[in-house]
Design a protein around this ligand. Sequence first.
Ligand code: ZN
Length: 51
Amino acid sequence: MGDRIITILACSACKDKNYAFQRGKKKDYKLEVNKFCRKCGKSTAHKESKQ
Ligand SMILES: [Zn+2]
């Protein structure tokens, strides 16, 4: 309960914060996923970013 935190995914190329989602509080890993960035106009690696 109450363990939900908002995680921001930021484009590794332009640093734009494109995606936000909720997940648990455990932080044993660094999230990195390929997502489409509107600013770059293509899929780029998005990394977990501090708010
Ligand atoms: Zn970008």
